[in-house]
Design a protein around this ligand. Structure first.
Ligand code: NAD
Length: 350
């Protein structure tokens, strides 16, 4: 497995391969950049086809965190951890402890939190072994805890911004929104969209998660293979990455793609493909920054939920600026977001 010449390597500062024979923990911690602060980004536990896929995911996700944190103006660089899930390494407290020790061994250059396949409870175990963790339960109106509701709020506000620009509407009432993945973020997002009067089409590969959403509100459930092509005004990818590809983009009916999933575009050129079809794409790491905004307030301490809410509310203005530039220049939104991120990092370096 090539590392330094990997297509997604992008000058990562360091990569850490963790093997704990006692618990079966196998993990990769990728530190992309510490230019703007410690490399912060969640930990994903996923069943990968192989180590190569896990490495690719870690590299892409950690670079995305550098860009996300820069654009959100957080005092964080970017990093990410992936835990390779398999039957021989169940998610036991011991395995989570081994992960916590691994995070601790990096001395604060990487700060972890929950992502797909990890929960607030898991972070409590991790916390037994390191202070470099966030996304822990809070009380009394303090900032922090599960980042998912904040991610959902930012995505919701971002969808409103995209709808106003692309559809010329100042309300989501009566619009149809297709949500791919109704896990932690997707469920909260559906609730906000439903409360705003939107009609929902949803899909998930997990029956329990579908039951949870359909018990909470009226939704039309479609097969996972159909959701990207649903007859909807907005498509909100809230499952995994790589969903916007040469194969899927020609068949998307929505005029807007705006969701929580990281790395929605399979390649940079897919942003151009969306733009050519006049589908307005809200760059994933700009719209889904709500969770890391909460993590940042929690990690540095002394903040309230109201401060998190105020910072999450800045997401639509960032999107509006990118949408306006795309409109003026005819360039794809993902390229403009990447340029903005790189500019901010360069300023930080100076
Ligand atoms: P989650 O694991 O709770 O939810 C993901 C959901 O997607 C699950 O219900 C899963 O069954 C479903 N899913 C997986 N493959 C699917 C498919 N092919 N079709 C339909 N559904 C499928 O994860 P989450 O925390 O809700 O995060 C969702 C996405 O948002 C991820 O890409 C994550 O990286 C990103 N994100 C999450 C946060 C956060 O605060 N949790 C923050 C930023 C970005």
């Amino acid at each position: 497995m090539g590392v330094f010449d990997h297509a997604e390597f992008d000058d990562h500062e360091s990569l850490h391969f963790i093997n704990d024979a006692a618990t079966g923990l196998r993990a990769i911690i990728a530190v992309h950049s510490t230019t703007l602060g410690p490399a912060a980004g969640g930990c994903r536990r996923w069943s990968y086809a192989g180590d190569t896929d896990a490495l690719t995911d870690a590299l892409r996700l950690s670079r995305g965190m550098t860009y996300k944190n820069a654009v959100a103006e957080l005092p964080f660089g970017g990093g990410k951890a992936v835990i390779l899930a398999n039957d021989n390494a169940p998610k036991t407290p011991e395995l989570l402890s081994a992960f916590g020790r691994a995070v601790n061994s990096l001395g604060g250059s990487y700060i972890t939190a929950e992502d797909v396949g990890m929960s607030v409870d898991d972070m409590r175990h991790v916390q037994q072994h390191t202070q470099y963790v966030s996304g822990l339960p809070q009380s009394g109106g303090s900032a922090g805890g599960d980042p998912s509701p904040w991610t959902a709020l930012g995505v919701y506000l971002g969808i409103e911004a995209a709808v106003s620009v692309r559809l010329g509407k100042d309300s989501l009432a009566g619009l149809t929104i297709a949500v791919q993945g109704v896990g932690h973020v997707g469920l909260y997002l559906c609730q906000l969209l439903h409360d705003a009067g939107a009609k929902l089409i949803v899909a998930d590969v997990n029956r329990e998660n579908l039951d949870a959403v359909s018990n909470a509100m009226p939704v039309e459930i479609v097969a996972p293979s159909e959701i990207l092509f649903a007859n909807a005004d907005v498509l909100a990818p809230c499952a995994l990455g790589n969903v916007l590809t040469t194969a899927t983009i020609p068949n998307i009916k929505a005029k807007i793609v705006a969701g929580a999933a990281n790395n929605q575009l399979s390649t940079l050129a897919d942003g151009e493909r969306l733009s050519a079809r006049e589908i307005l794409y809200a760059p994933d790491y700009v719209i889904n920054a709500g969770g890391i905004i909460s993590v940042s307030h929690e990690y540095y301490g002394g903040s309230s939920e109201d401060q998190v809410r105020a910072d999450v509310a800045k997401i639509p203005a960032r999107l509006h600026a990118i949408f306006a530039e795309a409109n003026e220049t005819g360039r794809p939104t993902n390229e403009l977001a990447d340029e903005l991120a790189r500019r901010l990092i360069a300023v930080g370096k100076k």
